[in-house]
Ligand binder design. Structure first.
Ligand code: ADP
Ligand code: ZN
Length: 300
């Protein structure tokens, strides 16, 4: 019998909430963009959208939220599902999970935007068919989502791999821009780090500029750490900075001597299939991931 259920997906970002009502196979029936303002207003507009869309297309059976963070993702915590201490005015300690679950009255799951994007890449994108994979975004920040067996690998909390310490690239004396750590991975290799180091936004740097070798070094260091800890079948790298043509290939070239052939499974020796670009480009992967979280909420 056809699955007639409807699912609600919310990509909750610091600038906008993208909401969609979709069928069980992921076809989007209604979609709305709501500016992120005061939390009471934004969340009530979100619930109103699903009310309208549900009356037209059928009410959702479950909801999923892919949210900016940091988030409390410990199911045992009283603040489970809350945004924790964000600089975004008014949003610290807002329990977005409870607001959506109670407002819609359906099972609801929440995860980070990057974990949700990782789930979506696993279901239908560049990591389809993988057991374990990582999704890395290099943009305004650096985030890493980890998935194993179709679920977020970390059951309580979420990875913060954007902030790992990294070995400096030869000759790099840049102080780094992370307000906590200075020269952590994000401090050295995020879009704002590149802009601060080179004096112009990353998209303005010519293909032969030394910036790209340095960028490849730092992201290869992250890949090396991922390979030796999580053993992913695939590492999908996206985000604005990786719009740069040839950057994935550059990371592979730098990574190979970094690994030095040590301790690699056969699939880890083939860097062309291990390190790839995202497969999902048309619909935001965070929104697709939110719909995947809704399916997981429905299935328990
Ligand atoms: P966000 O992380 O805020 O969601 P993006 O993933 O789009 O947004 O990342 C924005 C960053 O990506 C900016 O720092 C910008 O300079 C950089 N960027 C955008 N387009 C390109 C490009 N074509 N090449 C390199 N860097 C880019
Ligand atoms: Zn940091």
């Amino acid at each position: 019998m056809a699955d007639e259920r409807r699912f609600a997906g919310i990509e909750a970002g610091g600038t906008k909430f993208v909401c969609a009502l979709a069928t069980a196979d992921g076809r989007i029936l209604a979609r709305e963009r709501i500016g992120t303002a005061d939390p009471v207003l934004t969340l009530s507009q979100t619930l109103e959208f699903f009310g309208r869309a549900g009356r037209e297309h059928g009410a959702p059976a479950a909801a999923g939220i892919a949210s900016f963070g940091p988030l409390d993702l410990d199911p045992a915590s009283p603040a489970y599902g809350s945004i924790v201490s964000t600089p975004k005015p008014g949003w610290s300690d807002v329990n977005i999970l409870a607001a959506v679950r109670d407002g819609l009255g359906v099972p609801t799951r929440i995860d980070t935007d990057v974990n949700a994007a990782a789930l979506a890449e696993g279901r239908n994108g560049a990591a389809k068919g993988c057991h374990t994979h990582a999704y890395v975004t290099v943009g305004t920040g650096i985030g890493v989502g980890l998935v194993a067996g179709g679920r977020s690998l970390i059951a309580r909390g979420h990875a913060e791999m954007g902030h790992i310490p990294v070995p400096r690239a030869p000759g790099d004396d840049f102080a780094g821009v992370c307000s906590y750590h200075g020269d952590c991975l994000e401090g050295m290799a995020s879009g704002p780090a590149m802009a601060a180091r080179w004096g112009c936004p990353a998209q303005g740097l010519a293909p032969g500029h030394p910036a790209w070798a340095m960028q490849a070094h730092y992201v290869a260091a992250l890949c090396c750490t991922l390979i030796y800890t999580v053993r992913p079948d695939r590492i999908v790298i996206g985000g604005g900075v990786f719009e740069q043509p040839g950057l994935h290939a550059h990371v592979r070239r730098v990574l190979e001597p970094m690994l030095a052939g040590y301790g690699l499974a056969p699939h880890e020796r083939d860097l062309d299939t291990l390190i790839v670009a995202p497969g999902l480009v048309e619909t935001p992967p965070g929104l697709l991931g939110a719909l995947e979280l809704a399916r997981q909420a429905a299935d328990g």
